[in-house]
Design a protein around this ligand. Structure first.
Ligand code: COA
Length: 152
């Protein structure tokens, strides 16, 4: 499918909440996860707070939001600067294969570099073949596994 040359990737602004919400909910559904509204409200508020180390970017096709990603800057014991964790990436099914996912990753890398980050990284499920087909083109799989331990 041809790449979409009319895509515009930019930080989401406070007025974009209504456009962001369905993509955020669809992303949570993709992971079969639900979140209390209060957490989504807090997450959205943090994106708009310059004192918070997290932000959201959107890929727009004219007036339609077709993709979102969220990233978090954090300290590292291995660096004097920061690292950037790309926590969420989602494009609407109708827009897939047109370059929105790639454009969001590249825009995150640019924003992270601008913010002084030394590294951008992210994780995905081993079975997410669509995501991995993209990630293998724009980053290196270093071979690490992710372990999780929920804390009560
Ligand atoms: C993963 C995801 C973000 C990719 O978004 P996208 O907008 O389709 O990505 P792009 O159009 O930029 O794809 C770029 C490359 O990825 C590869 N790719 C993307 N989807 C693919 C698929 N379904 N099958 C095979 N390759 C695929 C293609 O090789 C494409 O390369 P090309 O430009 O040379 O053709 C999107 O499929 C998605 O939102 N999936 C559901 C949520 C998800 O998995 N998020 C990531 C969680 S870690």
């Amino acid at each position: 499918m041809p790449q979409n040359t009319s895509l515009d990737v930019r930080p989401l602004a406070s007025g974009d909440r209504a456009a962001w919400e369905p993509l955020w909910q669809a992303y949570l559904e993709f992971y079969e996860h639900t979140l209390p509204d209060a957490v989504s409200d807090l997450t959205w508020a943090r994106f708009g707070d310059p004192g918070e180390p997290m932000a959201a970017l959107g890929a727009w096709d004219d007036s339609e939001l077709v993709g979102i990603c969220h990233y978090v800057l954090h300290r590292s014991t291995w660096a004097s600067g920061t690292y950037c964790y790309l926590e969420d990436l989602f494009t609407v099914p109708a827009a897939r294969g047109r370059g929105a996912g790639r454009a969001l990753i590249e825009a995150t890398a640019a924003a992270a570099r601008e913010a002084g980050a030394e590294k951008l990284y992210w994780q995905t499920h081993t079975g997410n073949t669509a995501a991995r087909a993209l990630y293998d083109q724009v980053a290196r799989h270093e071979g690490f596994l992710v372990y999780e331990r929920p804390l009560d």
